[in-house]
Design a protein around this ligand. Structure first.
Ligand code: XMP
Length: 512
């Protein structure tokens, strides 16, 4: 049984980010409902408690309150944001109610480092997001840090090992926030650093087994990082109880289907059903040129095909999804509420309810880089673990204008050349995405002694952190030259290659 840090969740969407920071310190934590009885925490051997933030006021009618006995367990407590107000409220301080939320960057000045701020510079940039404010310290406490808006930005009762911070140490915008959390875990709680990816995998395997028992689980495999890691993890947990479905929508890249088949069937011995629905997709897309229309047709057809394939596979009780905890930290931007930026994943919209399937989402607490670490530990190849994002509608949004088998073939061949060269040069792993776009524009060229009148391929290679903004990648000229001459020489139907030098915004990464 690992030593456990309890994170009591008072409804902040940053609670998972706190848990992630704790994992970064290789310490084991568990998120508990805010009302969990102190006795249960004691039973579970909790060695420290973190009170999360939350959207409420401690004075609100239905404000979430913890079991007051958590303050008598004798273990260290760190209150973050709403967590500090709770400490004020329960331990005899005063909290002023405010209708306005204080939001955004601030500056912390550390007056008394104590153990929480040990080893940190005296002035740090911090991120605030709170309504109420502590106005009087509870007995036994002293202020350790101030900010422009609060004389109680950091507080402590070192004797009882109670610590409070008014700002959010877990978000990226707070300088050295992880060090504060580490100080709490190691310096104050005395936690051991023994929680690794392998432990996560072992725990996830046990959880999956407990959740699904002997039932059948179905997973829609796209070949992307998330569904691939979910498949490998589920397979480790339940072996042949897992059936993966891979839909060939006719909009895949060259060799993609064969690659997926060989990796998962031959390497991992996963029960993989490949459904070839390319004819249906291409028939429905015939003559459609409007991007949104294409997306809708592809999305709808996918759900239909997937649903039909489930029926043919036979009874299953669970649908597995590679849902991740979204990249909240990278998405936090000044003036925006981090919480409002969280996206929910519903890859197969409405399907679980309609099919009466229960969901298994073994990655839902993880962030992308953690999922990659899990994938590597499960021995998925590097090209899967570090695969660039690929849109659900596939090449359907990379063939401009009407989608025909001929245009798809040209795009596939050109794209294969680009990927080969990106891999060979190592640039595949240095950029965010690299792909070709087919332009249904014919231009004049000359090949040998012959005049040609062929299509244009655009190279789209971008750098980005989160796909919200992007810039075109400054690839070496000799690499671009090699890609261009190989495409015009080797791909029939292309006489011209152009390089897209637009950033996002105002352009988007994909052309449609
Ligand atoms: P844009 O083109 O909006 O793309 O700058 C941002 C990121 O999202 C990917 N993308 C999609 N992914 N379904 C997906 O699963 C889609 O319909 C879709 N459209 C764009 C795109 O490849 C880029 O990484």
């Amino acid at each position: 049984m690992p030593q456990t840090i309890a994170v009591l969740d008072f409804g902040s969407q940053l609670t998972q980010v706190i848990a992630r920071r704790i994992r970064e310190c290789q310490v084991y934590s568990k998120i508990y409902h805010y009302s969990t009885p102190a006795a249960k925490l004691r039973e579970e051997g909790v060695i420290g408690i973190i009170l999360s933030g939350g959207p409420q006021s401690v004075y609100a009618k239905k404000a979430p309150h913890p079991d007051p006995a958590i303050f008598t367990l004798g273990v260290p407590v760190l209150g973050i944001c709403y967590g500090v107000q709770l400490m004020g409220h329960f331990l005899g301080g005063k909290v002023a109610h405010s209708k306005e939320r204080e939001y955004g960057h601030g500056h912390l000045t550390i007056k008394q480092p104590g153990r929480l701020f040990a080893g940190l510079p005296r002035r740090l940039r911090i991120w605030n997001s709170h309504g109420d404010k502590l106005t009087k310290l509870p007995p036994g406490f002293r202020a350790t840090a101030i900010s422009e808006n609060s004389p109680f930005s950091g507080i402590e009762d070192a004797k009882r090992r109670f610590y409070g911070i008014q700002f959010h140490p877990e978000v990226f915008h707070t300088e050295r926030g992880t060090d504060m959390i580490r100080n709490f875990l190691l310096g104050i709680c005395g936690a051991r650093q023994d929680w690794t990816t392998r432990d996560f995998i072992a725990q996830a395997v046990a959880r999956i087994r407990a959740q699904v028992g002997k039932s059948r689980v179905i997973l829609g495999l796209s070949g992307g990082v998330d569904s691939s890691v979910a498949a490998a993890l589920l397979h480790k947990a339940i072996g042949r109880q897992l059936t993966c479905v891979f839909v060939d929508n006719g909009l895949l890249r060259k060799g993609e289907r064969a690659y997926v088949e060989s990796l998962y069937q031959r390497n991992f011995h996963i029960d993989l059903r490949v459904v070839d629905a390319s004819a249906t997709f291409l028939r429905r897309l015939k003559g459609v040129t409007e991007p949104e229309q294409k997306r809708k047709i592809i999305g709808r057809t996918f759900v239909e095909v997937f649903e039909k394939s489930l029926k043919s596979i036979g009874h299953a009780e669970f649908l597995a999804q590679g849902t991740l905890y979204p990249d909240v930290i990278e998405s936090v931007s000044i003036g925006n509420n981090p919480a409002s930026l969280i996206k929910t994943h519903h890859n197969v919209g409405g399907l679980p309810e309609r099919m009466k399937l229960k969901l298994v989402e073994p990655l839902r607490e993880l962030f992308k880089d953690e999922v990659r670490a899990v994938g590597s530990a499960l021995k998925l190849p590097r090209e899967v673990v570090w695969r660039q994002p690929f849109p659900g509608p596939g090449l359907g949004v990379r063939v401009m204008g009407g989608i025909t088998p001929e245009n798809l073939e040209i795009l596939r061949n050109a794209d294969a050349v680009l990927q080969e060269e990106m891999m060979a040069s190592g640039y595949y792993y240095k950029v965010w995405q690299s792909f070709c776009v087919f332009l249904p524009v014919r231009t004049v060229g000359v090949f040998g002694d012959e005049r040609t009148y062929d299509y244009v391929i655009a190279l789209r290679v971008v750098e980005s952190i989160d796909a919200m903004t992007a810039d075109w990648a400054k690839l070496p000229h000799d690499l671009v030259q090699k890609i261009s001459s190989r495409i015009t020489n080797e791909v029939r139907g292309v006489s011209r290659v152009v390089f897209d030098v637009s950033s996002k915004p105002p352009a988007t990464i994909e052309w449609e």
